[in-house]
Design a protein around this ligand. Sequence first.
Ligand SMILES: Nc1ncnc2c1ncn2[C@@H]1O[C@H](COP(=O)(O)OP(=O)(O)OP(=O)(O)O)[C@@H](O)[C@H]1O
Ligand SMILES: [Mg+2]
Length: 327
Amino acid sequence: MADDAILQVKGLVTSFQTEAGTIRAVEDVSFDVHKGQTLGIVGESGCGKSVTSLSIMRLLPKPFGHIESGEIILDKQDLLKLPAKKMHHIRGNRISMIFQEPMTALNPVHRIGKQIGESFMLHQPDMNEQAIYEASVEMLHLVGIPAPEQRIQEYPHQLSGGMRQRVMIAIALACKPDILIADEPTTALDVTIQAQILELMKSLQKTSKMAIIFITHDLGVIAEVCDDVVVMYAGKIAEKASVHDLFQSPRHPYTKGLLSAIPKLDNPPKQKLQTIEGSVPDLMSLPTGCRFQNRCFYMEERCQSQPPPLEQIDTDHFVNCHRWKEI
Ligand SMILES: Nc1ncnc2c1ncn2[C@@H]1O[C@H](COP(=O)(O)OP(=O)(O)OP(=O)(O)O)[C@@H](O)[C@H]1O
Ligand SMILES: [Mg+2]
């Protein structure tokens, strides 16, 4: 259903220059994000989730991060071709991001109130000071910050990590973006606050039709909040499907492994959770063939000699495995 996609990422390849040479952190990643829906990106640490989102925002660390190829289409225009000034306008206005590291994204020298207020002003320049103040307090209240009238006067260093993350969420939501990229937005928070934040994002999505890219390494959270899922492994897409299809009929051995690592209520008590043995290959020395081969139960000769294609196996279901039919 590419026609109602609000954002399309096509063939994204992102690399970094390092002392040891060039590494490709993201290789040929494509997906569509639909209006009012949530796309989840899931995968182990280092698989390229944050680099994908920083590429969309054009916020890769300079000068070492570089988009080698691909397109990022918003409103029929390729964001990668926009002049920096236009891209600046898109960030925080059309697309906003909740960063994994809240301290790097908050300005340490400005009070919390000023930083949220700026976000409101960007989107609604005709709001007066009193209205901005009230809306900012309301936003802090919504993300679960106690005594918002007091907190709004404080500086980022006066808040705990979890509070800062909630401020970040408030700032990202204040400008009412069309697309919100949430990079592990709740990992630093305790579970009750996590649930509140997820609820808040869902309810704002209902009223505003905002699309969300939700990044996490937790498939349990994906099941709760997402419509579609991209499973990444070592910089590539391993599997892409609707949440329903992914959970009902996972076809990539890695997805299967991730799913069996989720605790279930009907598991016998004290049973050990399955984990995926082995570790992700080093991006500097990737194997020939499939990137998952060293951990794969189904590995055979061709998996070592040829990389599998990302094959379409159903309407919206894609899998990057030679042996998907047998899995
Ligand atoms: N600034 C950088 N310089 C060099 N390499 C980088 C840089 N940032 C990321 N990388 C490389 O890109 C790969 C993907 O990183 P990324 O931050 O996207 O992982 P992630 O999936 O977000 O992991 P996590 O779950 O830990 O946040 C890393 O393995 C690393 O090798
Ligand atoms: Mg990350």
